[in-house]
Write a protein that binds this ligand. Sequence first.
Ligand SMILES: [Fe+2]
Length: 425
Amino acid sequence: MPCELDSLRVHGDCDVGWDANTPPNEVVDEYGVPAQGPGFGEPDPRAPSRRVYDDAEVCALREHLRASNGIRGLEICTPDEIERAARIYRRDGFVVVRDLLNPAQLAAIRQGAADVLAEMLSQPGYPGRKYVAESGRLAHRYCYGTSSSSRQMLHHPAWVQMIDLPTATPILTEIFATDDYLVWGAGGDLSIPGAIEYQHLHTDGVDMQNREEGDRRLAFARRQGLDIEAGKSFEDLDFRTQRLVMDRSPGGVTINFVMTDLTWENGPIRQIPGTQTATQPPPVPAEEPEWMRLSTLVGAPAGAGILRDTRCWHGATPNLSREIRALPSVEFSAGWREGRGFQKAMPHEMWQTLSPHGQRICRFVKQAPGVWPYGAGDMQPLASKRREGYQKGAGANGTVRTVYTDPRSAGTAVRIFNQDGASGY
Ligand SMILES: [Fe+2]
């Protein structure tokens, strides 16, 4: 284990990162072998040519970001501004709410996030590289959820404590216009210092807008007070109103929790306002305009939550600082998804610790009593090892597929799809 991992923490400076021997835009395959080339990951054509803190190109990018990074006039709500938060969320596709976590909760998830990352980075990397990389993701970037052999962090108490927060639950209830929503997963993106590339803009999944979901989504839209004539079904509506119903019924709301103040330098997430309703794909890196690269949430403070419509275009940005930028998350789903494709990644005993509301919204992700969720607790950045971890846990009760997805469709190009006998996807 590299000795600098002893200094690892997810707020404030530490010695982790900046591996000069990992070339820009390097991506590894499921076995950890560098696999550069078209069709594998999405390179950033404007990245500095060396992963070195004092490199002239890195310094030039740093000065550019110091001068210009961040959305001007970013609105930040307080937890009691429930209607305002929901209004901004529906307008922009995301909203920042400060103080979702109290100091004790923030300390607990900081500790959990640091411990889990140290465990991931202690695995051996490709020869000559300082760290193991995550399959299909740009260097120095990881995701807690996709690195877990169970695909989720729902076995970890630090993540589970964020499921039913007294600060966040009323805002989620306002956004979904009911408290009958669901938990789908938990994870979260992170970058260590020296992640010099922009991650491509993407959506988390694609809203297929199936017509058979129309009436359930219409009920969602009506609960928000949309003025749609009573008695009409989705099929009765004109096309423009049908579009509005789809726009106003997001299938997923993710909350990313902010571990350290997001600054111009430490890789703030970028969000493109209003794109939650776009059906066209986001621009590829070579065509992304500079204003989108600078459309980041600089100023979101530690302890805040970023509530985001999973359809909204977003991506990670360069972490040129010396601090780790982790955004652990809980992923919520609209009730109209009815648990389809959910994985049983939460141990029954963990589920029992939840509030009655927490238990209800986690009913589709809870494993049976006495059964440890397959692969839970086994953190593996490499997809091949994750696959082994899931198979070891599931035995004959589950199957797992490794899929190379369209690199533009999500944050990573290599994905593991776990499926157990009763659920999964
Ligand atoms: Fe994403």
